[in-house]
Every structure is written in C-alpha cells, then in structure tokens.
Design a protein around this ligand. Structure first.
Ligand SMILES: Nc1nc2c(ncn2[C@@H]2O[C@H](COP(=O)(O)OP(=O)(O)OP(=O)(O)O)[C@@H](O)[C@H]2O)c(=O)[nH]1
Ligand SMILES: [Mg+2]
Length: 151
C-alpha cells in the first residue's frame, strides 16, 4: 500500500527524470554520483553492473544510473536506455572531470575532440568539474534543471 501510494503520489506530483551516466572507466562517474547523492567523496572500486541513486532537487526527482565504463561492459550501456522517456529528446551533459589533474584536457579541447558542435539534434552542455572537491557539479545540475523549465 505504501509503495502504491508512493507511486501514485509521484505520478501526479513529481515527474521523475532518468539520468544515465556513461563514460570511460576511471573517469569519475561513481564519484560524481555519490557527490550528488551524499555530498561527499566515497571510496570507489570499478563498477561492475550499475549503481542507482534518487536525487531530489527543488521537488524535481532524478533517478541517476551510474554504469561501469570498462571496455567489456560498454556493450551493455544501451540496456539502460530502454525505458528512458523519449531518448530522442534527451539532453547531453558532458562533465570534463579531473580538472585538478595537471595537464588535463580543457573544456575547449574536449569539445573539439568529441566534435560537440556537430551535435544539432540534442541539447548539450559541457561542464568543467572536479568530483573530488565538487567544483562544477552544481553548475552541471543547474543546466539540467534549466532544460526542464524550457521544455
Ligand atoms: N584527481 C581526481 N581524481 C578523481 C576525480 N574524480 C574521481 N577521481 C578518482 O578517479 C578514480 C576513479 O573514480 P570512479 O568514480 O570509480 O570512476 P568510474 O568512472 O566510476 O569508473 P568505472 O566504474 O570503472 O567506470 C577514483 O580513484 C577517484 O577517486 C577528480 O575530479 N580528480
Ligand atoms: Mg564506477
């Protein structure tokens, strides 16, 4: 009953937005997820399968799926897209993480390598960040929130 009520309540009151975090292994995806959900740096080991956390910001619910980035796991990423509401309208947020590392690539360099400006059919945004300090993560979330308002 409790679960049913919760589901109905969510259905009518708070839409839940699905977020799928993909990227190369060791990029910092799990660290970013737990910065969002717990506001702290957790000790991570390479993700096998996935982690999922619900994050609520100003009554907006995000269900965030963090996937393993090792090469052998990448072919399973698309299974996380299956139930994503209308992926064709999905936005793309790229975190340029580990900006604290000396000689890391800049946002401009990463944009160029990934040819981000050629993406015309999805809204996208690239955000410099450091998951260890949390710097830049809020700005990424703000972009996600701003997208929801203008849709
Ligand atoms: N210097 C630095 N290290 C970071 C940063 N973010 C994450 N790390 C470290 O990078 C390592 C890998 O982080 P994870 O979050 O486990 O990486 P992942 O992308 O989830 O890796 P997979 O689960 O294998 O795909 C850990 O030792 C983190 O502490 C960052 O911004 N700067
Ligand atoms: Mg991980």
């Amino acid at each position: 009953m409790g679960i049913l009520f919760t589901r109905i309540w969510r259905l009518f009151n708070h839409q839940e937005h699905k977020v799928i975090i993909v990227g190369l292994d060791n990029a910092g995806k799990t660290t970013i997820l737990f910065q969002f959900s717990m506001n702290e740096v957790v000790h991570t080991s390479p993700t096998i399968g996935s982690n999922v956390e619900e994050i609520v910001i100003n009554n907006t619910r995000f269900l965030m799926w963090d996937t393993g980035g090792q090469e052998s796991l990448r072919s399973s990423w698309n299974t996380y897209y299956t139930n994503t509401e209308d992926l064709r309208k999905a936005g793309l947020l790229i975190f340029a993480n580990k900006q604290d590392v000396e000689e890391c690539m800049t946002v401009a360099e990463i944009s160029q390598v990934l040819k981000l400006t050629s993406i015309k059919d999805h809204q996208w945004h690239i955000q410099a960040c450091c998951a260890l300090t949390g710097e830049g993560l809020c700005q990424g979330l703000e972009w996600m929130m701003s997208r929801l308002k203008i849709r």
